[in-house]
Design a protein around this ligand. Structure first.
Ligand SMILES: NC(=O)c1ccc[n+]([C@@H]2O[C@H](COP(=O)([O-])OP(=O)(O)OC[C@H]3O[C@@H](n4cnc5c(N)ncnc54)[C@H](OP(=O)(O)O)[C@@H]3O)[C@@H](O)[C@H]2O)c1
Length: 321
């Protein structure tokens, strides 16, 4: 079968399509003929070699989120899964391939009406958006800022906050056109990447900030919390924040601010699957919206990563073998 491997760490040209053996599902696993493969920010980080310390090596098959039909099951897995349309998390490898294996605990049947491309756009990121708002103890009537809202996590967070009764949903983004698209999804105020703008009626502060960006400007966004405000960092697409960013919280001691990191790895699998299942049903009925930036053939992984690196993606790029 065809698969995309990292031939050389670095820019997208280091990716290569190769022939590899079809994987055999181990006990507790299923094999899926992939119809859609999510291309995520974490794939770019692994491709650059940034996570080499975690054991990622050249030769690694990228990809963690796929959807398609089950073609085989390993020991202990009910054979009735064969032929079913599913979404699956493959770990942080093995997804960019014509066939991928996943643990049955990380597999979910797709409802009618949800495409495989929609599933890989919503499956992983929806869970992050949901639990980030949950960890922030977001409640109806509060003001929310989603920083880095134009990716698949932010797009879902904006919709969940709006539908959850936020009194304002502000976003940061890099262009007017992207801001308009986010308004269409429920944003009420559009700020630039540095947090400026938003119009005369933009809230002066936010009860909740969901931050997908991190990076050197993170302290500026801590300043945007209201008293008792809660900040949840879920991503670092802009890099790590300054080492002393915690001083900003200490300097504002009397405003009782909270800062948390959130990784969906810390949510029990059944809880993740329950939220994902409800998101899939919601999206299949036309409620929650997914934004697929482009669907490209598997052998177009290099241009897909170039688009991502150039910051041109709104929503998610999907590969389709
Ligand atoms: N917490 C978890 O459990 C979890 C799970 C999966 C992934 N993640 C993390 O989430 C992140 C990816 O999320 P995603 O796919 O939604 O994001 P994404 O699409 O990679 O990026 C979101 C948006 O951030 C903006 N942005 C990019 N670079 C920026 C910069 N230097 N400064 C300011 N804004 C910038 C861009 O929008 P504009 O151009 O419009 O500004 C971009 O569209 C990664 O850090 C990944 O590791 C976390």
């Amino acid at each position: 079968m065809k698969a995309v491997v990292i031939r050389t760490f670095g820019d997208p040209d280091g990716l290569e399509i190769v022939d590899v053996p079809v994987p055999v599902p181990a006990p507790g696993q299923v094999r899926i003929a992939t119809e859609a493969i999510g291309v995520g920010g974490v794939d770019a980080v692994i491709r650059r070699g940034t996570l080499a310390a975690y054991g990622f090596r050249e030769g690694h098959i990228l990809g963690s989120e796929v959807a398609g039909k089950v073609t085989a099951v390993g020991g202990g897995v009910d054979a009735s899964w064969i032929g079913r349309r599913v979404w699956a998390f493959t770990g942080l490898s093995g997804g960019y391939a014509e066939q991928a294996v996943a643990s049955i605990e990380d597999v979910l049947a797709l409802p009618d009406g949800l495409t495989c491309a929609d599933a890989v756009t919503l499956g992983g990121s929806g869970v992050v958006a949901h639990f980030a708002l949950d960890r922030a103890r977001f409640t109806s009537g509060e003001t929310v800022l989603v920083r880095g809202a134009a990716g698949s996590i932010g797009i879902t967070a904006v919709q969940l906050a709006a539908r959850g009764g936020a009194s304002a949903v502000a976003v940061t983004t890099s262009s007017v056109e992207r801001g308009d698209r986010l308004r269409d999804l429920g944003a009420t105020h559009v700020l630039d990447r540095s947090g400026e703008g938003g119009g005369p009626d933009a809230p002066a502060g936010f009860d909740v900030v969901i931050d997908i960006v991190g990076g050197p400007q993170l302290p500026r966004f801590l300043d945007k919390l209201t008293s008792n405000g809660r900040y949840v960092a879920v991503g670092v697409v802009g890099g790590q924040p300054p080492a002393d960013f915690g001083m900003r919280l200490m300097d504002a001691f009397r405003r009782s601010l909270s800062f948390a990191t959130f990784s969906s790895d810390t949510v029990p699998r059944p809880d993740r699957q329950a939220v994902r299942s409800s998101h899939f049903a919601d999206a299949a009925q036309g409620g929650l919206r997914t934004v697929v930036h482009a669907v490209l053939p598997l052998d177009q992984a290099v241009p897909a990563h170039r688009e991502m690196d150039a910051g041109k993606v709104f929503g998610r790029v999907v590969l389709a073998p």
